[in-house]
Design a protein around this ligand. Structure first.
Ligand SMILES: Cc1cc2nc3c(=O)[nH]c(=O)nc-3n(C[C@H](O)[C@H](O)[C@H](O)COP(=O)(O)OP(=O)(O)OC[C@H]3O[C@@H](n4cnc5c(N)ncnc54)[C@H](O)[C@@H]3O)c2cc1C
Ligand code: FES
Length: 391
């Protein structure tokens, strides 16, 4: 039986090859005036877009939701992120933000996307700028629909437990909205960790999504004497309490939460294929990572940037990724995840030494062999000469 099927397959394939060759022979030597595949690809993935701020509203006492409208938004999946590029002083910076609105809201007469930006307690740069300065009418450029953090019906279990902390709630609000309006078929339980009731981001918006398929459980870790709900952290006991049957766990939140939650899921013996972590950007303090030469932490090096025929020398701090040095110098560097995963910021190192963050080392083997690195996850440990693309 098997051999017969195999021969049939081979016979079928050889007929297709002949038919294709015949089409090639009959084809015109002139290129087709209209390329439907290319046009479709450009519609789905248009690259950089221009959009305008049409609304700014509070999402908590320390977070703001910003709505952007544009002529056209590509399709994206609930959970994915967008990037915003902006000039702040002399710096030309980009940051990723998970889209908190839902894909269906990019259709209709006034298509829009929303992000929710949290003002950090200290050392904020872009977040502070957006939180303090953005107003209706401001214009930005950026990309929409990036990353792998979305539900996949073939890959993931139908029951999803979302483990969220702080601004990590945003991709789950997008998913909850999509479910609430009947565009996504899954059961979502959100365990949302915050310090205090005041601290809960997007509380009203989340409540509006609660239905037979969406549950939201707030978990407070601070002193909250009047709180009647869940308390503490997202530990194994709590996760188990809200899990039912075959479940996929989606995790998004601050860096410190990841180690804690990872251990809890290990304790519950959840298989790796049932856990999905969102990337969390550059680590707060690279000097805490194994292998980082701590004695260099306060140093500044010379970074020679070759861009076509132009060579520019700029300063680069040992404890900041190369991407930040380029941005501080106002040079255009294409970034998306800023976590070493996507490769958008790939550059070639021509000479010098560097340290790659072990958590964000998404380089392919060939890249390692030929001296390519991801600028968002690579730190200079000597003077460096690099080659970047002209954007
Ligand atoms: C996939 C993903 C989704 C995210 N979604 C959200 C979200 O929904 N909501 C949210 O609030 N956050 C989100 N974030 C985090 C967000 O991207 C930013 O990191 C956050 O807003 C803080 O930005 P920041 O610039 O203040 O600080 P950081 O991103 O931590 O950047 C600080 C960096 O800026 C550098 N810097 C300081 N001064 C300058 C200068 N003059 N020029 C250039 N660089 C300088 C610093 O050296 C430091 O390296 C997400 C991150 C990722 C990876
Ligand atoms: S921006 Fe994704 S790897 Fe650097």
């Amino acid at each position: 039986m098997k051999v017969k099927g195999f021969l049939k397959d081979v016979g079928g394939a050889s007929r297709v090859t002949k038919a294709r060759q015949a089409k090639f022979d009959q084809a015109s030597a002139n290129p087709a005036p209209y390329d439907p595949i290319g046009t479709l690809a450009k519609t789905l993935h248009p690259g950089f877009l221009h959009f305008r701020v049409t609304e700014v509203r509070d999402a908590s006492p320390t977070a703001k939701t910003i709505r952007f409208e544009g002529a056209h938004f590509p399709y994206f999946m609930a959970g994915q992120f967008m990037t915003l590029r902006m000039k702040i002083g002399n710096s030309l910076v980009t940051r990723p933000y998970s889209i908190s609105s839902s894909p269906f809201q990019t259709r209709g007469e006034h298509p829009f996307v929303e992000i929710t930006v949290r003002k950090p307690r200290k050392d904020g740069f872009v977040a502070d700028y957006l939180y303090d300065n953005v107003k209706v009418g401001d214009e930005f450029e950026g990309e929409v629909g990036l990353g792998e953090f979305h539900y996949g019906p073939i890959r993931d279990a139908k029951n999803v437990v979302a483990l969220a902390g702080g601004s990590g709630i945003t991709p789950f609000l997008s998913m909850a909205r999509e479910i609430r309006f009947g565009n996504l078929d899954m059961n979502l339980t959100i365990l949302f960790g915050s310090v205090s009731e005041d601290d809960i981001i997007l509380r009203k918006e989340l409540e509006e999504c609660v239905c037979d398929k969406v549950r939201v459980i707030h978990v407070l870790s601070g002193e909250n004497p009047n709180w009647k709900g869940e308390r503490g952290f997202l530990d194994a006991k709590l996760i188990q309490k809200y899990s039912q049957g075959d479940t996929t766990y989606f995790v998004c939140g601050p860096q410190v939460m990841y180690d804690f939650v990872r251990k809890a899921l290990e304790e519950l013996k959840v298989p790796a294929r049932r856990i999905r972590f969102e990337v969390f950007g550059a680590p707060r303090d690279i000097t805490t990572f194994e292998g980082y030469p701590k004695e260099l932490a306060g140093e500044e090096f010379r970074l020679t940037v070759c861009q076509g025929i132009h060579h520019t020398v700029i300063p680069a701090k040992a404890n900041e990724p190369i991407a930040v040095a380029l941005e501080r110098a106002g040079l255009k560097v294409h970034t998306a995840c800023r976590s070493g995963a996507c490769g958008y910021c790939r550059i070639k190192v021509l000479s010098g030494n560097f340290y790659v963050c072990p958590v964000g080392d998404g380089r392919r083997g060939a890249d390692k062999d030929y001296g390519y690195v991801h600028a968002c996850a690579t730190y200079p440990t000597s003077d460096l000469k690099i080659k970047i693309n002209i954007d």
